[in-house]
Design a protein around this ligand. Sequence first.
Ligand code: CP
Ligand code: NVA
Length: 302
Amino acid sequence: MKHLLKLMDLSRQEILEILNLADQLKYEKHHGIPHPLLQGKTLGMIFEKSSTRTRVSFEVGMYDLGGHALFLSSRDLQIGRGEPAEDTARVLSRYLDGIMIRTFQQSEVETLAAMGNIPIINGLTDYCHPCQVLADLMTIRERKGALQGKTLCYIGDGNNMTNSLIVGGIKMGMRVTVACPDGYRPDSELMRWAAETGSFLCTSDVFEAAAGADVLYTDVWASMGQEEEADARRKIFRGYQINDAVLGIAAADAMVLHCLPAHREEEITAKVFEAHAAEIFEEAENRLHAQKAVLVKCLSER
Ligand code: CP
Ligand code: NVA
């Protein structure tokens, strides 16, 4: 695997291999078995947005793999003062073995990949969040035993998380249902692709989407970069919440996942969040294992 820019670029087999390696790395981490698969490799981590999980898990992940990670805030890099991504890519390619980038535009990530000659890993853009969804799929498989045939229901804003969940879920044989208000639907091209598979539903009716679901998923109503819209969005998204009533219509043993950070009483009630905290924080832990698998796949196969 050369890069991880978006899940659409990966085959079902490649996703499966990442999930299997992630399970193995989790086992080794929990049993104190060393796995220095990236000895001597250096990862640059460019952040143009805030992060807790992505930053810490990539840094710890590189350490666990015997490599080194550099935190590069766009506030300090020349990229933050307008140096083009294509120049930054050509320079950093000469120092580093790989780059993880969190930014706004997907095109910036694609430009880095096209212009540099080292692996680029997407740590979130406005368009998608592939690393998070690999950890989500890992968590669902761990708890449900399989992905094939399960129904994943996403409730809330049709954002970067939704786009990646649709692609990742459907590629792995899941049925994906999405409930979001009109005007806040996921990417239209992705929805056309998803609809053609016959395993997708997008509706504005939360209960239609959640009926019988094995996994309920939500994310914030206002993403990073949308802070000024937060008040307006609170009104628009009212009702697009995981609460007891929604849980009541899902499968009796439904899991609840959230990529975090969570806003209690907005997209999820505090009661449901705490009742499903074991799943949600396992999901957060799995970021570490899933990302290590991505790092090994991208950086060791060069
Ligand atoms: N879920 C996630 O990507 O978290 P951070 O924004 O803290 O990295
Ligand atoms: N949709 C959220 C995800 C955070 C992990 C955002 O982009 O802010």
